[in-house]
Design a binder for this molecule. Structure first.
Ligand SMILES: Nc1ncnc2c1ncn2[C@@H]1O[C@H](COP(=O)(O)OP(=O)(O)O)[C@@H](O)[C@H]1O
Ligand SMILES: [Mg+2]
Length: 358
């Protein structure tokens, strides 16, 4: 179903309706389907055609017996973009950033930045508009991994920061703005306001995905950040060790506390395959831990990445493996785009604020 709806292009925007987040409340059973088309700007021609286009597409794929219920919803009640919890702060980013995904980990050094960077590049290679924001103020490593250390972003006529483009990705790092040595003494609210300002005053243009590399840990700072930015979902990176998994669990709990859906776990350094024994997988840190944790929490494992020297070297040298194509990150990008599309399509239309209740 998602695939059929993903094939429908919003003619005014040139992107499909799932990617644009127009499909909500999607429910599918064997012989019936219902969903809501949610339009922010219902005055345009496409708004009048979309319902029949959807019905035709579904019938031609699933047959004319299919019961289809399409509800049209819009924000024409004069309240503009006011929405309840979960979307708060969205104003800071504007309508042009469709999905914001945090990459988080309980522990440092598990490969969070490696995953964030390669995922961003892989998504860009698949034709998405992608930005990456390095919110790890204490150890910003995104500039190094993109090979743009010491770069200084420009400011445009509207006094907005212009991210640096590399490998098809718009890159911004807190490292461009603050000295990590000084940031160490910052407290949660300071980090939060710096990030808010940074995000709000940046010329991102149209983005399908904004990937945020969070500082490691699940403490106050992380909690403040995830409350600052309107997040569509989070990815938790963990290594297979028991301690790392215990911290990953805390990460999941943190996002649940603020109602941010955890999209899945990425297990990094899961196994080692010697170059001369390409068929072998040695699970040096233990096997199956992430799968068990994911099953327990009801979230998917979206990737299992090997210990791979080329991964490390490529990032150190500022030329991540994804820039030239790396199968596992390409697969991860497909999975992430898919879970986000499903999430967006099945989430309820944002409730309007009740003016009388104040
Ligand atoms: N799968 C991997 N194989 C080999 N080295 C890796 C892998 N993932 C990460 N690394 C290396 O481990 C170190 C820590 O990774 P990094 O992404 O900076 O972690 P974090 O952002 O979680 O602190 C880096 O030197 C990185 O190149
Ligand atoms: Mg990092």
């Amino acid at each position: 179903m998602i695939d059929v709806l993903s094939g429908i292009i919003d003619t005014d925007k040139g992107k499909d309706i799932v990617r644009l987040g127009l499909v909500r409340d999607l429910r599918v059973t064997e012989d019936d389907v219902s969903f809501t088309i949610f339009l922010k700007d219902p005055g345009r021609p496409f708004a009048f055609e979309v319902e029949s286009i959807c019905i035709d597409a579904i019938r031609s794929e699933f047959g004319s017996e299919m019961q289809i219920q399409v509800k049209m919803d819009n924000e024409m009640i004069g309240l503009g973009d006011l929405t309840v919890d979960g979307d708060k702060g969205a104003q800071a980013l504007g309508d042009n950033v469709l999905n914001t995904i945090a990459v988080a980990s309980g522990k440092g050094g598990v490969g969070k930045s490696t995953v964030a960077v390669n995922l961003a590049i892989a998504l860009a290679r698949q034709g998405y508009e992608v930005g990456i924001m390095d919110a790890d103020i204490y150890g910003p490593s995104i500039p190094t991994m993109f090979g743009i250390e010491g770069a200084r972003p420009n400011v445009n006529q509207n006094r907005q920061i212009v991210p640096i483009q590399k490998y098809g990705v718009k890159v911004l790092s807190m490292g461009f703005l603050v000295d990590p040595d000084k940031a160490v003494i910052w407290r949660g609210p300071m980090v939060s306001s710096a990030i808010k300002q940074f995000l709000g005053e940046t010329d991102w243009g149209d983005l399908d995905f904004l990937i945020m590399d969070l500082p490691p840990g699940t403490g106050d700072i992380q909690l403040t950040i995830v409350q600052t930015v309107p997040l569509s979902g989070a990815l938790i990176v963990s290594t297979p060790q028991r301690v790392a998994l215990a911290d990953a669990r805390k990460g999941v709990a943190m996002f649940e506390q603020v109602n941010v859906p955890v999209l899945g776990i990425v297990e990094n350094m899961a196994y080692f395959t010697p170059p001369d024994l390409p068929g072998r997988k040695y699970y040096l840190f233990g096997e199956g831990g992430a799968k068990a944790l994911a099953a327990e929490l009801g979230i998917p494992v979206l990737a299992e990445l090997p210990i791979d020297e080329s991964l490390r070297r490529s990032c150190d040298e500022g030329e991540p493996v994804s820039a030239t194509g790396y199968k596992l990150f390409e697969d991860l990008a497909v999975s992430v785009a898919r879970v986000v599309a499903v999430r967006n399509a099945t989430k309820p239309t944002s409730k309007k604020i009740d003016i009388l209740r104040r």
